[in-house]
Design a protein around this ligand. Structure first.
Ligand SMILES: Cc1ncc(C[n+]2csc(CCOP(=O)(O)OP(=O)(O)O)c2C)c(N)n1
Ligand SMILES: [Mg+2]
Length: 585
């Protein structure tokens, strides 16, 4: 292995190492043959380690899952304009989810005299970064080897500065392949760390504390607070002090979970009730106020607020993440006390200010009564959910609730991690739900996320003894089924459980709703939607990639033993496994 950098791309490997990038996911391409060679022959393929993917979308989605689980970015390398176009969906998801990723691209050569005919021309663009500019925090293309360290460190720093997100750095092929005539000094990377995130303005915190302490029925709503898992403890303490119900929007598809499912103040399952009763709402890291405080009619798309009179306090960095192209900023909701701050960082100060006020104004009797009432409602909800499982137990195909319950029976004694999926929301309802063990969804609701993101989570936890579980929908998997190769090749010990309804189920509901609204035959909802003629055999597909797999399974009784066998493969052999279970469409 070479010891001193000799080419521009060797320098990129030095920079990746210097900032501590441990993994680089890629799908090969000639525009980064220089970098590829440097990763293999200069870096030795291990520092950073190469992860081979079969599609650029998989490379980026894998880096997305990894960033959330590791709390640190990895890199994904994508080939010129074609790889970047494949990667773009996954970059968008990461942008919406505020996941930091270093996307390295390649182009050119920009010097036309050095281009090969045809291919180097059709794959060169001015300026390549414009393809993803609207959903990365920065795109850049250094024009010389000397400019490389600065461009790299700026991108690296911005990706990790709150609000975090993906960055795109395009490396000219000629620059990668350029021999270094003289050493290029590497800066001290510790001097380019991300800025400390903003805390809340003290007077605003004091005002928030006053409104909350004086509220008749305060409510706390969270959407993405789980980006900082340490915030959960303070969040629960604040809720307990105020006897404020907690509603976590994460658990279905959006956000990052932060509320423990067993907390007696968790009212996520009774959102309508508590929103309707609240007079003051504290929204922590909430972007979609209408998801939090409203109700939408599926067929008319009409949304109404559940409570017109509640006053809203919001703590988030959303206004610093606004871009004009995609309307990811959501509808403009009225907020009575907006506070721009990292919600997790603001929480301890808010808790202290609330405690201070409650000591001076201890009207505890109504709070005690409310705590009792909410705890009873919480227990009733959980009992309802368990009863739903008992009722459905013999149904064929399986109800998602029953499958989620079966998965729980098998993993509850393990040090589990939910790497992807929600089991149609049932994992949160039925499992002993610890939010720090899950990583939320894609952020951008772009399909093709689940498996590769789960592989990234598994990579981040490799060697930790944790059992990574992927609750995988069929339609989502079919976009990125080649991810199974990466799972097998890199021996990523991921347990995938298919919630296989042989359908783009979500769209089936939409087609039914619109057909009904128009007085047309609802039974046609399956046309152009079902994936059952012929039904893909996911066990055989996985086996074809060398993965242990069983299925299709369509009875509850057969699920447990198959899952147990799969868990043994994952744990004892350190290999991926898949169990295909047919669920209700
Ligand atoms: C890239 C992309 N294409 C299409 C859609 C529209 N879409 C949203 S949900 C859905 C169906 C998903 O099917 P599956 O993953 O099997 O989950 P299910 O609804 O059946 O549980 C589709 C096609 C999307 N969100 N993203
Ligand atoms: Mg489906």
């Amino acid at each position: 292995m070479a010891t001193a950098p000799r080419y521009g791309s060797d320098l990129v490997v030095d920079l990746l190492r210097a900032v501590g990038v441990e993994h680089v996911a890629l799908n090969p391409g000639a525009t980064f043959r220089g970098l590829h060679d440097s990763l293999v022959n200069y870096g030795g393929g291990r520092a950073p380690e190469l992860v081979l993917t079969t599609h650029e979308e998989i490379a980026v989605a894998l880096a997305h899952g990894y960033a959330k689980a590791k709390g640190a970015p990895m890199a994904a390398v994508v080939h010129d304009i074609v790889g970047l176009q494949h990667a773009s969906m996954a970059i968008f998801n990461a942008f919406c989810d505020r996941a930091p990723i270093l996307v390295l691209g390649a182009t050119g050569p920009m010097d036309a005299t050095r281009r090969r005919p045809w291919i180097d021309w059709i794959h060169t663009a001015l300026v390549q970064g414009t393809q993803v500019r609207d959903y990365v925090k920065l795109d850049d293309q250094p024009a010389s080897v000397g400019a490389l360290p600065e461009a790299f460190l700026r991108a690296w720093r911005l990706a990790r500065t709150e609000p975090q997100g993906p960055v795109y750095l395009c490396l000219d092929a000629a620059l990668q392949e350029e021999p270094l005539e003289r050493p290029v000094p590497l800066p001290d990377v510790t001097r380019f760390r991300p800025a400390a995130p903003p805390c809340a303005e003290p007077r605003a915190i004091d005002e928030a504390a006053r409104r909350l302490a004086e509220a008749r029925f305060p409510l706390i709503v969270v959407e993405s607070l789980g980006r900082c898992p340490e915030a959960t403890e303070t969040l629960c303490r604040l809720a307990e002090r105020l006897t404020a119900p907690l509603v976590d929007l994460a658990g279905e598809s959006q956000g990052r979970p932060s509320v423990p499912g067993g907390h007696p103040l968790d009212m996520s399952g009774a959102r309508h009730e508590v929103v309707g009763e609240a007079d003051v709402v504290l929204a922590l890291d909430v972007s979609s106020f209408l998801s939090a405080l409203g109700d939408t009619d599926r067929s008319t798309r009409e949304t109404r607020l559940l409570n017109e009179s509640a006053r809203v306090i919001s703590i988030s960095l959303d206004d610093y993440a606004v871009r004009s192209w995609a309307q990811t900023f959501q509808s403009l909701a009225p907020v009575d006390l907006p506070i721009a701050a990292d919600a997790a960082l603001a929480l301890p100060a808010l808790l202290a200010a609330v405690e201070d006020r409650l000591v001076r104004d201890p009207r505890s009797a109504p709070r005690r009564a409310r705590a009792k009432r909410l705890a009873a409602r919480h227990a009733a909800l959980r009992a309802e959910w368990r009863a739903a499982v008992s009722l459905e137990r013999s149904a064929r195909p399986l109800a998602p609730s029953v499958l989620a319950a079966e998965v729980w029976e098998v993993i509850k004694g393990e040090d589990w991690v939910l790497a992807n999926g929600t089991g149609k929301g049932w994992a949160r309802r039925l499992w002993e739900w610890q939010p720090e063990r899950s990583y939320g969804g894609s952020g951008g609701a772009g399909l093709g996320y689940g498996l590769p993101a789960a592989l990234g989570v598994t990579l981040a936890h490799r060697g930790s003894g944790k059992l990574c579980v992927n609750l995988q929908a069929d339609g989502d998997l079919l976009y990125v089924v080649g991810g199974l190769y990466t799972a097998a090749h890199h021996r990523l010990p991921l347990l995938t459980v298919m919630f296989n309804n042989r359908s783009y189920g979500n769209d089936e509901e939409h087609q039914e709703a619109i057909a009904k609204a128009r007085g047309r035959p609802a039974e046609n909802k399956v046309v152009g939607i079902r994936i059952d003629d012929p039904a893909p055999d996911f066990a055989r597909i996985a086996q074809g990639f060398g993965i242990h797999a069983e299925g299709p399974i369509d009875t509850a009784d057969a699920v447990g033993p198959a899952l147990q066998r799969a868990v043994r493969v994952v744990k004892d052999e350190g290999r991926p496994a898949l169990v295909d279970v047919i669920t209700r469409a």
